[in-house]
Design a protein around this ligand. Structure first.
Ligand SMILES: NC(=O)c1ccc[n+]([C@@H]2O[C@H](COP(=O)([O-])OP(=O)(O)OC[C@H]3O[C@@H](n4cnc5c(N)ncnc54)[C@H](O)[C@@H]3O)[C@@H](O)[C@H]2O)c1
Length: 371
């Protein structure tokens, strides 16, 4: 079967305004950051704090939401030297309202849904092994009563909380005045949405959920104010999220680097042409290439080499940490998706015509109210 392409009649990539695959070797324009008001949930530490510190250097206005008041306030105090930063509450509606109110332009341009936790032994319903939220003790039987219900806190924060953030983002981003304004929702999933993490059942479920949110939403986000929706799926990075025991199995192996996560997020945030793409950030891998022999298609960023994994010797090598995933989702769809999206497209067109008819009716029949 031929590889799916944008010309395939079953492709909807143009209909849903999906951008082409991301070329992570291309430089991007960072000046767009200076115009943005960015709200980051879970922004007080780890990825969120690293994004905030980085984007502040480019003049972004940042609003940090986090349940950890002390760390959040420290970060906000640190960022005050840059354009501005506002602390906020755990209440998500209040967070979004505060963000809009404190924005120099009165609007929110981008939202990063970064809040997340992992399963730890100190959660209320942890098993006697003391590790996993969903597991139960084997030292008991039903005579002593059924097991208590699971806490489901990880799902509540990582999935329900992120879904609520998404809901609010779709509303508040659309409120932004100006049709040319960039509107961006950046979701943070994990390697756990591509591969199961045994022992982190709820976490794995929650991150598959975030990826499901992204994959469905990028099919319809164009209907709500042309919002760009992108997602990151990082591998293990040493942040406060992970107990040391979680990193131990990686000893002697490689983890992902925070600066690569920041770089991937920066690309998605700054390059306003990237719509509906998912980037995996993994350990830096050696990619071997062959000389391009004057091939014009090979850009300067490639240093004169075609990088074809596994082909050729050691002539051209580069380190790559960022890879696109789920890139082909909408290149060939089945009949339900095709018809549903076509119908949305038709309704959108009809709404434009209805607006025109209503305005003409107002002008010639009922008369427009003059002010
Ligand atoms: N570190 C990794 O290896 C890794 C890998 C892949 C994905 N991720 C994801 O990236 C995101 C950020 O993780 P991190 O590594 O920066 O972790 P982190 O623990 O350093 O930061 C997460 C932040 O979220 C905050 N938070 C937790 N619950 C919250 C809630 N209900 N409301 C608001 N804030 C809340 C925490 O206080 C913390 O400041 C998470 O969604 C995580 O699942 C992390």
């Amino acid at each position: 079967m031929a590889a799916p392409s944008r010309d395939d009649p079953w492709s909807v990539v143009d209909m849903i305004n999906l951008s082409p695959p991301v070329d992570c070797t291309k430089p991007y324009d960072t000046s767009t950051l200076a115009r943005k008001t960015i709200l980051i949930t879970g922004g007080a530490s780890g990825f969120g704090a690293a994004f905030a510190r980085h984007w502040a250097q480019y003049g972004a206005h940042l609003i940090i939401g986090d349940v950890n008041d002390r760390v959040r306030e420290e970060l906000v105090a640190e960022l005050r030297g840059s354009p501005s930063a506002t602390q906020d509450q755990t209440d998500q509606v209040a967070l979004f309202r505060t963000a809009a109110a404190s924005s120099p332009t009165g609007s929110i341009d981008a939202v990063v849904a970064g809040a997340g936790i992992v399963e730890r032994g100190n959660q209320p319903n942890a098993s006697s092994a003391g590790v996993f939220d969903l597991s139960v003790s084997l030292d008991t039987d039903d005579a002593a009563g059924p097991p208590p219900p699971p806490a489901l806190k990880v799902l509540a924060v990582n999935f329900t909380g992120v879904t609520y953030t998404t809901h609010l983002a779709l509303f508040y981003l659309t409120l932004s005045p100006g049709s040319a304004r960039d509107r961006h929702l950046l979701l943070i999933s994990s390697i756990a949405c591509l591969s199961p993490l045994p022992g982190q059942t709820e976490y794995t479920v929650s991150k598959h959920g975030v990826m499901g949110l992204f994959r469905a939403l990028r099919g319809t986000a164009w209907t709500t104010g042309a919002i760009r929706v992108n997602v990151l799926t990082p591998y293990f990075v040493d942040t406060t999220l992970l107990p040391k025991a979680a990193l131990a199995p990686l000893a002697g192996g490689a983890k992902a680097e925070l600066e690569d996560v920041v770089d991937a997020a920066m690309r998605l945030m700054a390059d306003e042409g990237i719509r509906g793409r998912a980037l995996l950030v993994g350990p830096r891998m050696r990619v071997v290439g062959v000389p391009c022999n004057g091939d014009d298609a090979v850009g300067e960023a490639d240093g004169g080499f075609k990088f074809v994994e596994g082909e050729g010797g050691r002539e051209g090598e580069r380190r790559q940490a960022v890879w696109e995933v789920y890139g082909h989702d909408y290149e060939r769809v089945e009949v339900f998706v095709w018809r549903y999206l076509s119908m949305l497209n038709l309704m959108r067109g009809l709404r434009g015509w209805l607006g025109l008819v209503r305005d003409l009716w107002g002008i010639y029949v009922t008369g427009w109210r003059r002010i």
